[in-house]
Design a protein around this ligand. Structure first.
Ligand SMILES: Cc1ncc(COP(=O)(O)O)c(C=O)c1O
Length: 371
């Protein structure tokens, strides 16, 4: 089905940047070097500079970024990591695959981990807090890091959705001990396929991450420990690099589109807000409404591709059975997953497309009999 207002328009974006992208590809293809070469090294340097961190390490996906980071700490079996249940499944999957146990705590009104719920979930086995900057809105890192320092815990940001988001003028990526980004095609800065990156200021962690993503190899002959092959390849590095200078412009376009939606929709839905010191990047534009499923159906039947990120809390997934623990009541999480709806938002969305969405939402609430 072709939508009047698609959720995203990646082909249009690629066409607009065709020359830039193809010349990056040509450079790599003709270089004869496709893995662990100059493009990855340059991308890592430039990405770290962008985030204001000392180091960045490219990986094959955001999931791989989380996994190699978690594995680098070498925690014993039974270790617990505190996180949220309203993220993409990869956040929890990485914790489980690293050998640790995810412990879910509730979210605040911002949709991110509620710092007030963290301390009661900490046990002797807790080693880390893993907040997610969901939708591109930064979590309350000041309070999270303060709790972590008091309890000697590591803080790993899941910044998969949040490149360029700021808290008190500082970009996410350097707000904890390490941060993990996704370069999936739907992310604000993306590869043409899968990709990811970890940022950190910790030199020892950085050196371990370089091994973790490359078989544990120190050099061609010496393997320090068995690990994965999850490197970011040269083609993807070159294409992502080419777009990095554009990301702030795209973010600004996303923000303007989000503010336009807020004006159109505030009378009908709970629209996203920005707390003090927060600068959000709207990787998803998420409203909260009653009758969410009916509204989603109405929008889709009328040519608007609205999605839900994510309709099932992770502790309710079949995969989670026996592997996770609740660190308290998750009542706000339950309420959140039942009411959220992601509307189409991308840098090239037009005013008339947004007006169309606004008309359909207002028409739905004016005409539908909810009794
Ligand atoms: C919050 C969050 N964490 C982790 C990931 C995993 O990233 P990737 O798809 O690049 O493996 C995603 C991607 O959708 C995500 O949104």
């Amino acid at each position: 089905m072709r939508f009047l207002v698609p959720y995203a328009d990646l082909a249009q974006e690629a066409a607009a940047n065709k020359t830039l992208l193809l010349s990056a590809c040509e450079r790599v293809v003709l270089s004869g070097r496709y893995i662990l070469g100059v493009e990855l090294a340059a991308f890592e340097k430039e990405f770290a500079e962008y985030c204001g961190t000392r180091y960045a390490v490219g990986t094959s996906s955001g999931t791989a970024a989380l996994l190699v980071t978690l594995r680098s700490f070498g925690w014993p079996a039974g270790t617990e990591v505190i996180t949220v249940a309203n993220s993409f499944v990869a956040t929890t999957a990485a914790i489980v695959l690293s050998g640790a146990k995810p412990v879910f705590v509730d979210i605040g009104v911002d949709g991110n981990i509620d710092p007030g719920c963290i301390e009661e979930a900490i046990t002797e086995s807790t080693r880390a807090i893993l907040p997610v900057h969901l939708t591109g809105r930064p979590a309350k890192m000041g309070q999270i890091v303060e709790i972590a320092r008091r309890h000697h815990l590591v803080v790993i940001e899941d910044a998969a959705q949040a490149i360029g988001a700021c808290l008190d003028g500082k970009r996410v990526g350097g707000l904890g001990d390490a941060a993990c980004f996704s370069l999936n095609p739907l992310k604000n800065l993306h590869a043409y396929g899968d990709g990811g990156v970890v940022t950190t200021n910790d030199e020892a962690l950085y050196r371990l991450l370089l091994l973790q993503r490359n078989h544990g190899l120190i050099d061609r002959e010496r393997c320090e420990f068995f690990s994965l092959n999850c490197r970011l390849d040269e083609l993807q590095s070159a294409m992502v690099r080419a777009q990095l200078p554009l990301v702030d412009g795209w973010t600004e376009a996303r923000r303007q589109a989000a503010f336009r939606y807020n004006e159109l929709l505030a009378d009908f839905a709970e629209v996203p807000a920005e707390g003090e010191g927060e600068r959000c990047v709207y990787q998803t534009y998420v409203i909260k409404v009653d009758h969410r499923d009916s509204l989603q159906r109405h929008l889709r039947e009328n040519g608007v591709e609205a999605l839900v990120h994510y309709a099932t809390a992770i502790d309710k997934q079949p995969a989670a059975s026996g592997l996770v623990r609740s660190g308290g009541a998750l009542s706000r999480t339950r309420n959140h997953v039942g009411r959220i709806l992601s509307l189409p938002l991308y840098p090239g969305i037009t005013l008339s497309q947004q007006n169309k969405v606004g008309e359909l939402v207002s028409g739905f609430f004016a005409k539908t009999d909810f009794s």
